[in-house]
Design a protein around this ligand. Structure first.
Ligand code: PGA
Length: 250
């Protein structure tokens, strides 16, 4: 049985004071969650978030990590730096990073390796754009992102790697893939993992859905066989909404 993981992606939102306020409000609401509960916060909020989440079941993640140990990479953060802050998860290859910051399958691969080396669990994002979908390229794009992005990883690495399927056209737009569509596509990702990596990985990998998941649609999405939770943007900024999604099966 795969354990669901509900992760908030705060993107470039919240000051330290707001971080403390949100986590203090959230903690009592999610304390009995059956799933893993994660908040991926801006780098500058990590310490405040760790402090606010101390003694709770909320894990803290970052939103990016560089692959080099150290050096002349202005504006970047290394895996060791995150490790020192005791970060548990890190989002890698989010579509906003692919779109605005030149992230590629190759950099996704290197960042994922760096995270694993530092014992930080990577949440690796994949997903097709609207035009790729319209051109019938969804499966081809996903296969490339999975095969190239996760090239070289072994079965045991998939105990740590979480995959987030986020159709780009559904992110922050209010458009969601139908639960059936999302389930089918994630089922396809499982087939790719089984075929290109190892047959057991298709079944054991944890794969989230992301893209306008909210209090209204979370139950139906999460009820799907292949979906193991969600990566939640907008709806993770409000403690009440995020808690509702975390407690979806109650
Ligand atoms: P959204 O973002 O829930 O606001 O669509 C999801 C994400 O980008 O991870």
């Amino acid at each position: 049985m795969r354990k669901a993981i509900i992760a908030g992606n705060w993107k470039m939102n919240k000051t330290m004071a707001e971080t403390k306020e949100t986590i203090s409000a959230l903690a009592p609401l999610v304390k009995d969650a059956d799933c893993d509960v994660v908040l991926c916060v801006p780098f500058t909020d990590i310490q405040a978030a760790k402090k606010a989440a101390r003694g709770t079941n909320i894990k803290i993640g970052a939103q990016n990590v560089h692959w080099a140990e150290k050096g002349a990479f202005t504006g970047e953060i290394s895996a060791d730096m995150l490790k020192e802050l005791k970060v548990d998860y890190v989002i890698i290859g989010h579509s906003e990073r692919r779109q605005y910051f030149g992230e590629t399958d190759e950099t996704v691969n290197k960042r994922t390796q760096a995270a694993l080396n530092a014992r930080i669990k990577p949440i690796v994002c994949v997903g097709e754009t609207e035009s790729e979908r319209e051109d019938g390229l969804t499966e081809k794009v996903l296969e490339r992102q999975i095969v190239e992005g996760l090239k070289g990883f072994k079965s045991k690495d998939f105990d740590k790697i979480v995959i987030a399927y986020e159709p780009v056209w559904a992110i922050g737009t209010g458009k969601t893939a139908t639960a059936q569509d999302a389930n089918e596509t994630i089922g396809y990702i499982r087939k790719v993992l089984a075929k290109k990596f190892h047959k057991t990985i298709g079944e054991k990998a944890r794969i989230q859905y992301g893209g306008s998941m909210n209090v209204k649609n979370c139950k139906e999405l999460m009820a799907q066989e292949h979906i193991d939770g969600g990566l939640i943007g907008g709806a993770s900024l409000k403690a009440d909404d995020f808690a509702y999604i975390v407690n979806y099966n109650k």
